[in-house]
Design a protein around this ligand. Structure first.
Ligand SMILES: *Cc1c(COP(=O)(O)O)cnc(C)c1O
Length: 365
């Protein structure tokens, strides 16, 4: 896959005419000049925008599937679910994945007559998939970093007549390729590593199922959940360095995980790249990299807060995937984790500088 990144960087360049700008122009316009019949021309800013269209061309190259962008990850997840579900549909979602997806199901989809069932990631297979119209997956789960057997679940759901949607936010298409494992639809928050600079919110839906993509596009047009051209431009710019950033972040996460595992202040650590981690075998089988997220549990909530707030190379912030390493106690949002559980997102700082800062802050506890 990584070999297609060079091709991705030149997708625009190889189509240019003499005198065209090499960088992607930002088209900030709601209207198009449309004298006479508008056939085949861009019509209106809710339907067409050349900046998103080029971004989607690049994303489709990365996903190896048609792609549509949305103004946030939740915008993309909502689009996929609203495009596929109907009243009386049965939806299965993880009980320990990204909590806003559960809120969407609980607060809105249930009210429209969708029946929602939750199961923990590590027991997702239990009970089978018979009777479910849509099975929503997240692997690795955020924040627990448990994995699901994606090819096995994709095959079982397909055999039972359902559709699978996988949230691939934490891995990006460079780290994991759910569509190649038989998943029908990928959704992702591009707010995280894809954008990578903590300065935008975006999301996308990718699928090789043309009927689903048609519905998703119609949903975008009709609901008005369109990305802003400036955000699309920023995401396009971020994608140009995704390969370099993701490589650095995953390599650093591995180094730090191995050292953190040995530190006496760390009571528990989860990183799929550690051979003893419960996710290691599945991660080896289905991901290209072990990711840039890891979690540590310290002795107490107070120590966890002191560590996060005192370390000069960790931004105490929610969200992840940026060039700056960040950390937070997930219990503060109500995730079902230990109060001293910290999710760490490893950024692009040189790893030795980062380790020195982390180690010094742990030693000072
Ligand atoms: C952040 C996140 C989302 C939501 O994305 P937004 O861009 O914040 O709307 C969805 N799924 C996962 C796994 C996430 O981490």
């Amino acid at each position: 896959m990584a070999s297609k990144i060079g091709e991705m960087l030149h997708l625009r360049g190889n189509e240019l005419n003499a005198g065209d700008p090499v960088a992607l122009p930002l088209t900030q316009s709601s209207m198009y000049h449309l004298p006479g019949a508008p056939d085949g021309l861009p019509t209106y800013g809710r339907v067409d925008n050349p900046t998103w269209q080029h971004l989607e061309h690049v994303l489709s190259h990365l996903e190896d599937a048609p792609c549509l962008t949305f103004p946030s990850g939740m915008g993309a997840i909502s689009a996929a679910l609203f495009a596929i579900l109907k009243a009386r549909s049965r939806l299965l979602i993880p009980s320990d994945g990204y909590y806003v997806t559960r809120l969407l199901a609980d607060r809105f989809l249930s009210g429209l007559g969708v029946s929602v069932t939750e199961r923990p990631t590590t027991a997702f297979f239990e009970g089978g998939f018979e009777g479910f119209d849509v099975v929503f997956l997240e692997s690795p789960s955020n924040p627990g970093l448990d994995l699901m057997d994606l090819p096995a679940i994709a095959a079982a759901v397909r055999a039972a007549g359902g559709i699978t949607i996988a949230d691939n936010t934490t891995m990006t298409p460079l780290g994991q390729r759910p569509l190649d494992m038989g998943i029908d639809v990928v959704v992702a928050s591009d707010t995280k590593a894809m954008g990578g600079h903590s300065d935008l919110l975006m999301g996308h839906v990718a699928s090789r199922n043309a009927q689903i993509m048609e519905r998703v596009e119609e949903w975008r047009k009709v609901s008005g959940a369109i990305p802003g051209p400036h955000e699309a431009w920023l995401l396009h710019r971020g994608l140009e360095t995704l390969d370099v950033r993701f490589d650095r972040m995953c390599s650093s996460a591995q180094v730090l995980a191995e050292r953190l595992a040995e530190h006496s202040a760390v009571k528990n650590i989860r990183y799929p790249g550690l051979p003893g981690d419960p996710s290691h075998a599945l991660a080896k089988a289905q991901t290209a990299r072990f990711g840039f997220l890891l979690s540590i549990t310290l002795e107490s909530e107070t120590k966890a807060e002191t560590f996060i707030n005192a370390c000069p190379m960790l931004r105490p912030a929610t969200s992840f995937g940026g060039v700056h390493s960040s950390a937070e106690r997930r219990a503060r949002w109500g995730d079902d984790v230990d109060p001293a559980f910290i999710r760490l997102s490893i950024g692009c700082e040189p790893v030795e500088e980062l380790w020195q800062a982390i180690e010094a802050s742990l030693n000072a506890l």
